[in-house]
Design a protein around this ligand. Structure first.
Ligand code: CA
Length: 334
């Protein structure tokens, strides 16, 4: 069975160098924090594998993955000025295209967007879809602390709806003051707090909030063909749909539909490499198999049961086909 995976990251040395040029002098961390960061990087950061396409293709072949939809990891950091961000992101998207061309049939592309400038982002999305043949965009975290439901970002989503491509909401580091208040504690180490604040829970929670805010902003009443992708089995929101419908009901929101109706119609969910059979069954039950797509989060996650996880699940063959490739082919036009 053909397998297409959607949240698959790579890095590029030139793009990293471009970003580093804007880093400036970093304040020295207190010793415990510096030690913790070093430990966490050594434990989880897949530096070489982000750059190595030979290893990537070997991994895909070993796991029965026919196509990865590529996204460049952290295309620009928040301290890069708008004009440079636009330039660097164009370069990054061109590099994604180069990888697609070097491995015909193996890679598709999600556009990176310079969200600091929404009008430029809409233009770049159009260039990526129309000229480079990309199948959507991936945007991470927030831009300068602003959630994407704020009205300045509307042109980006308007363009995505017009081009009929989805936007994938990816997590990113959350602000220090939120990490401090919500996740750090004297009762455990800085390293534990840092992971709880990011890949353990914190940044997932932020993406769940992001998608909820998009829905509550009424964007789907304005753009009824707009579609989102949400990784990590929906970043906890699917479990809260009944609660959202009860507490944030239509009388309160003034929206045309219930929260869960927007969510189930416009949001498509991937596992992002969380290989949990319970989650797979639950999300298919809540969302329907036609709203679930496959994603591994390579190389941050490198499970070696990509094919078996889906094929050995309790789902029907028809549902497996949808999740493995048919939903992706339809949603991404590939
Ligand atoms: Ca990821």
């Amino acid at each position: 069975m053909r397998i297409i995976t959607l949240e698959e990251h790579y890095a590029d040395q030139h793009i990293m160098d471009e970003n580093n040029a804007f880093r400036g002098e970093q304040p020295a961390l207190p010793p415990e924090q510096a030690e913790a960061m070093k430990f966490l990087m050594s434990r989880a950061f897949p530096g070489p594998e982000l750059l190595d396409f030979e290893k990537r293709v070997e991994y895909m072949d070993r796991n029965g993955i026919d196509v990865q939809v590529l996204s460049v990891t952290t295309p620009v950091s928040d301290n890069v000025p708008a004009a440079d961000a636009i330039r660097i992101i164009r370069e990054a998207n061109d590099i994604t295209k180069k990888h697609m061309e070097e491995h015909p049939g193996r890679f598709e592309g999600f556009a990176a967007l310079p969200m600091i400038d929404p009008e430029a982002s809409a233009k770049e999305l159009e260039r990526c879809v129309k000229d480079l043949g990309f199948c959507g965009a991936m945007i991470a975290g927030r831009s300068r602390g602003r959630f994407y439901n704020e009205k300045e970002f509307f042109p980006v989503f308007e363009k995505a709806a017009e081009l009929d491509v989805p936007i994938y909401f990816h997590p990113a580091l959350i602000p220090m003051e939120i990490q401090q208040t919500y996740y750090m504690s004297d009762a455990y180490s800085f390293a534990v707090g840092s992971e709880l604040a990011s890949a353990g829970y914190g940044w997932h929670s932020e993406v769940g909030i992001q998608v909820s805010r998009m829905i509550l902003s009424g964007i789907f009443d304005k753009l009824p063909t707009l579609k989102f992708l949400s990784g990590h089995w929906g970043e906890t929101i699917p479990a809260f749909l009944e609660r959202m419908d009860t507490i944030l009901d239509r009388e309160l929101t003034g929206l045309d539909k219930k929260f869960s109706e927007y969510y189930k119609e416009h949001v498509y969910i991937t596992p992002s490499g969380i290989m949990s059979n319970d989650q797979l069954e639950y999300i298919v039950k809540v969302m329907g198999a036609d709203h679930v797509l496959y994603a591994i989060d390579y190389p941050y996650m490198k499970p070696e049961n990509v094919y078996e996880f889906l094929m050995d699940s309790s789902l029907s063959d028809e549902d497996k086909e949808l999740i493995a490739h048919k939903n992706a082919e339809k949603l991404l036009h590939i």
